[in-house]
Design a protein around this ligand. Structure first.
Ligand code: ATP
Ligand code: MG
Length: 238
């Protein structure tokens, strides 16, 4: 089976991208697939969420600039079949430096190609930063599909229309003709408020089947898990 590359993206901050990326990656690995979590965000939340320290020189930064193989940055985690390309602060510079290079939207795609072609992973999950900068554009170019977390709040719909527009541009210009949204996941659903349900209803009206049936509740355990460096299925088994 061909390696599938899924980018978890939303330009809005704090909507649940990293929580989704870390936990989807861990769950898919637990189901028996070989998974690579690629932390493309200088905040490195996915890296610490899987219990790794931020280590200077450990990120994709240099390979993205064309220095060295990205495969050398892949590290094992505490869990079977789950590996990671960690991030750290130097990725802050990547956004600007990559923008100055040739093929500047293809950098992640080109660096990932040998990893994809090797067939070493079934799925590569990319955790994107909260912006539509060069790194996110690179993720959109490298990905087969986008997984879009939307927080159950008033501005959710505006966020997704920006992503949809960018996706259409990448498709229409031929940069990534096959790119599609694999699903929209509603996050931080609060059953005590009417707003959460209203937002879910409205998003479903607009986007129909592409919205996952499963809605992620607001849950303290989910917010705590990263500080223990564990995906939720290990931090809170029941
Ligand atoms: P950024 O844009 O900064 O990268 P993000 O979109 O990756 O943020 P997360 O880091 O996943 O978002 O989540 C933002 C905050 O909300 C974190 O503190 C996280 O632990 C918390 N959080 C995420 N999902 C839930 C949830 N379902 N219930 C409670 N807290 C949550
Ligand atoms: Mg994040």
């Amino acid at each position: 089976m061909r390696t599938r590359v899924v980018a978890v993206a939303n330009q809005k901050g704090g909507v649940g991208k990293t929580t989704t990326a870390v936990n989807v990656a861990a769950c898919v690995a637990a189901m028996g697939k070989r998974v690579l979590l690629f932390d493309l965000d200088p905040q490195a939340n996915a890296t610490s969420g899987l219990g790794l320290e931020k280590v200077e020189g450990a990120s994709a930064y240099r390979p993205l600039l064309g220095e060295g193989a990205l495969a050398k940055k892949i590290q094992k985690t505490a869990w079977e079949r789950l590996e990671i390309i960690p991030s750290e602060l130097d990725m802050c510079g990547a956004d600007i430096e990559i923008a100055r290079l040739e093929n500047h939207v293809q950098r992640v795609k080109l660096a990932l190609k040998p990893v994809v072609d090797s067939g070493r992973f079934d799925v590569i999950v990319i955790d994107c930063p909260p912006s539509l900068g060069t790194l996110t554009l690179n993720a959109f170019t490298a990905a087969d599909s986008l997984l879009v977390p939307l927080q159950c709040e008033y501005y959710a719909l505006e966020g997704i229309s920006i992503i949809t527009r960018l996706l259409n541009q990448l498709r229409d210009t031929g940069v990534n003709p096959g790119l599609h949204i694999i699903g929209v996941v509603m996050t931080m659903f609060d059953g005590r408020t009417r707003l959460s349900q209203q937002v879910v209803d409205e998003v479903r009206q607009h986007f129909g089947d592409v919205v996952f049936d499963t809605v992620i509740p607001r849950a303290t355990r989910l917010a705590e898990a990263p500080s223990f460096g564990q995906p939720i299925i290990y931090y809170d088994k029941y």
